[in-house]
Ligand binder design. Structure first.
Ligand code: ADP
Ligand code: MG
Length: 378
């Protein structure tokens, strides 16, 4: 492995994948026993990397559907129909040999076989004014039935799944997916998404069709201990030496172990430092990242309400569990209900997250600029 491959800004694979052993084992065991799982965490915490890592270990064929661009039920239907066809091909091979079974299992969808350059391709065509939810149900059931018939297993990874909830508003397609998910034995679905609030309503509200359907796995940050071992391995590969403890501490502290920012900083260090990095190198490269990201951070902070900004300033100093105690109310000059409203708003925008020990600002760069703004305008 080349030394720069240790810290990707996209999916972490192979040696770049740090620990997450417990989460991988759980996910793999769920996949192997056909249990659907909901992976939940804020953006850039490592959901896709973990899902793909566990899927890779399972050796099952899979297809990923990313719903981040979907904006209508018809679009969701199109994504799912295409993915079903793709997964049929990957899990069961030549589609022309399956055509009789396919015809047996579908009623409304129209299977179209086309002779391609190398092999036959299948398309599932939905009638013009047909209902997307029933088409989705039929396509997913078709996939499951074919898998059962051929005694094969497969995985559908549905990413940014909260978008389906926004579009379907708890009915239609969500219900269709639940209907199928309740019955499947050979098809496993991994739901993944970053909007925790929306996902929680989709999966935990008794009136919503996906209630209690799957295992929930909330991803936290990778521990300092695990990063320690990971960074030493990468240092050994790049400089044939171990890093000093204080260098590792500085990297972990500046990036707050945010997986994306840690990789971004280390990618720079591992690229530019000919010898083991010094504290000065670490700080210099971190400053460069802060400068690069300044305009985005400032834009995000400027778009917040006055109440949200005040609450954010308070949280930038330390993670706090109790935000509506007397002392904070007096300090912020806000009522307890307006503090709660501001916290909810920031949570919904994915700017803060609630942990056991309190609320925390997710992005270390944003936090830096909140603190800087505070020093300029106390
Ligand atoms: N287990 C891991 N070990 C090391 N880096 C990781 C790990 N998981 C994610 N990352 C890094 O974190 C960032 C975000 O990862 P990604 O899987 O795309 O997150 P998400 O799907 O939650 O947005 C990337 O830079 C990726 O390389
Ligand atoms: Mg992702």
């Amino acid at each position: 492995m080349r030394k720069r491959d240790y810290f990707p800004l996209g999916i972490a694979t192979g040696k770049a994948f740090c620990n997450r052993k417990e989460e991988t084992d759980l996910l793999l065991s769920n996949i192997n026993s056909g249990k659907h799982t909901l992976l939940m965490a804020t953006r850039r915490y490592g959901k896709s990397s973990l899902a793909l890592h566990a899927i890779g270990l399972s050796k099952q064929p899979f297809v990923e559907i990313d719903f981040y661009m979907a904006s209508t039920e018809k679009a969701v239907e199109a994504y799912i129909l295409t993915s079903v066809v793709e997964l049929i091909g990957r899990a069961l091979g030549q589609v022309d040999k399956l055509i009789n079974s396919i015809k047996k299992y579908i009623k409304n969808l129209n299977p179209k076989l086309e002779i391609g350059a190398a092999n036959m391709t299948l398309e599932l065509v939905a009638a013009q004014d047909s209902d997307p939810a029933s088409n989705v149900k039929e396509a997913l059931l078709l996939l499951e039935r074919l898998l059962v018939e051929k005694n094969k297993r497969a995985i559908l990874l549905m990413d940014e799944f909260q978008n389906v909830g926004v579009i379907a508003k708890g009915t239609g397609i969500e219900a269709a997916i639940r209907h199928v998910a309740q019955k499947t034995k050979n098809l496993t679905i991994l739901f993944s998404g970053s909007n925790r609030k929306l996902l929680q309503t989709m999966f935990e509200d008794e009136n919503r069709p996906l209630y209690k359907l799957c295992w929930k796995l909330s991803l936290q940050r990778i521990s300092a201990q695990h990063y320690h071992a990971h960074l030493q391995k990468a240092a050994q590969a790049a400089w044939s030496m171990q890093l000093k403890q204080k260098i590792i501490d500085e990297i972990l502290q500046l990036t707050e172990r945010h997986p994306y920012y840690l990789n971004k900083l280390c990618d720079k260090l591992w690229t530019f430092c000919v010898q083991l990095p010094t504290i000065k190198n670490v700080r210099q490269h971190w400053s460069a990242i802060l400068a690069e990201e300044k305009s985005d951070a400032v834009k995000e902070i400027s778009s917040l309400s006055a109440g949200q900004k005040s609450v954010l300033c308070e949280l930038a100093e330390r993670d706090k569990l109790q935000m509506t105690d007397k002392e904070t109310i007096l300090k912020l000059q806000m009522t307890s209900s307006s503090i709660v409203r501001a916290l909810d708003g920031l949570d919904e925008k994915d700017i803060i997250e609630k942990l056991e020990r309190g609320y925390r600002i997710i992005n270390p760069v944003l936090k830096f600029y909140v603190l800087q703004g505070k020093r300029v305008n106390p």
